[in-house]
Design a protein around this ligand. Sequence first.
Ligand SMILES: Cc1cc2nc3c(=O)[nH]c(=O)nc-3n(C[C@H](O)[C@H](O)[C@H](O)COP(=O)(O)OP(=O)(O)OC[C@H]3O[C@@H](n4cnc5c(N)ncnc54)[C@H](O)[C@@H]3O)c2cc1C
Length: 504
Amino acid sequence: MQVKTHADELQNYLTDASNMPGGFADKLFIPETSEEIAGILKEVNEQKIPVTISGARTGTVGGAIPFGGFVISLEKLNKIKEINKDGLFAVVESGVILNDFQKAVEAENLFYPPDPTEWSCQIGGTVATNASGARSFKYGATREFVEELEIVLANGEILNLQRGEVFSENGFLELETVGGAKIRAKLPTYRQPETRKNTSGYFSGDKIDAIDLFIGSEGTLGIITKVKLKLLPKPESFFSGIIFFENETDLLNFVREARDVSFETRQKVVSNFKFQISNSIDASLIEYFDEKALKFISEKFPEVPETAKGAIFFEQETNAETEDSLLEQWNSLLEKNNADLEQSWFTTTEQDREKMRAFRHALPVSVNERIVRYKQKKVGTDMAVPDDKFASFLKFYKEKLDASGLDYVIFGHIGDNHLHANLLPKTDEEAVKAKHLYGRFIAQSIMLGGTISAEHGIGKHKSKYLYVQYGERFLNEMAEIKRAFDPPGILGRGNMFDAKFLNQ
Ligand SMILES: Cc1cc2nc3c(=O)[nH]c(=O)nc-3n(C[C@H](O)[C@H](O)[C@H](O)COP(=O)(O)OP(=O)(O)OC[C@H]3O[C@@H](n4cnc5c(N)ncnc54)[C@H](O)[C@@H]3O)c2cc1C
């Protein structure tokens, strides 16, 4: 195990994709086994030294940024232990990079759908944040694929959890560690918002599977060291399109229809739809780019038509039997909604599909580059609202942003009513305005029954907004569950809620 204390060696571990400033730490551990991690935690737990868990630091909310204490990096726990073709599962150490994992899985003719746009993240990081992304429209978030977890708790005890084994009863979870220690934890009592995605706070519900509490717990309840993931057979091929529209109403009508038909198709398939190749429209992703996002990205992709008022990226799995029929069905839906078919891009080849994914990925990357260029902080929304509130929420976004005079782009997971409005201030004065506007979007999403974070999590960046969403009582309930697993409150301090809640 490497241990580093020199400022230069720690530098890279003091920040993440949020660019939140001010991170500092005394020591960095780079362990190679769960046992080494258990050893570190046993020691620091007694001394109550804060520990921040560091994945690949692609998180956008400052969750991996330490403000004092020690950092434990998972980068050397990077072995793919097993890919089982017959059982359709894989077992990996948590520091395996998502991109490496996806390549290894595909080489076995298998498929791991979670695809949070940024492929350099670690599997453990995606579990800790319950990452989702474009394909969640059909397949759900990372949670759907997690079958087993090995977790090292704050006192060094190891917990093994298997989906389907332990459920909460009467609001409590009772768990036993490998070493025989018993933990009884009271679950938070809030209801999850009625959105398609949610990563605001700990998972809750009437009867929850214990494993679900740790998925999305943002490094506050334990260190995930090993993960068993469900896999699917690799689809034979994909039909993908980036479609340009000259009229926003046509675009939104197209999305509504494509989404409704996809849901209808899935309902018709009685068995597990995720394994089925359908003969009717059943999109695996529906992504949105507004006019400003297209203008913004046209520097890198000059082939984007100048007159486009917005674009949709969609994808569906196909095979030799379904391909022709599906192409025809998508085509008639697009024609009906006045898509600019001449200038749109379609493909069934792997190579062009990669280009389309690169197009989608280039947008958040360009946003980050621009923010760095103007030495500003990104102000990006991650809110989602219930189905029937989406159109009014998008209108609210656009009206307020246009009136503000700020540069902005809106893009993202429109199939899940979940868009990212990225505000792009150029000066400190504009940054203040952007932050103010962000607060208004938070208030509006909560008022509409939505969530302040649909996929990026809360981290340190959004903890004060989680307070707005849930209020004092529920934050105290979250702190109570953290205390059950981490009594001195050393893990991921400051993530989700202020450390002051732990002292009550
Ligand atoms: C350009 C870009 C686009 C993105 N698009 C998406 C998107 O579409 N959808 C989406 O969901 N996310 C997206 N993200 C966010 C990001 O990729 C995810 O949050 C990612 O899952 C974090 O993984 P990581 O390994 O980088 O974790 P880190 O950033 O290192 O850590 C994230 C949090 O998890 C904790 N953590 C990390 N590893 C562990 C572990 N083994 N055990 C316990 N806790 C741990 C950390 O302490 C921290 O709180 C995007 C990021 C970028 C930069």
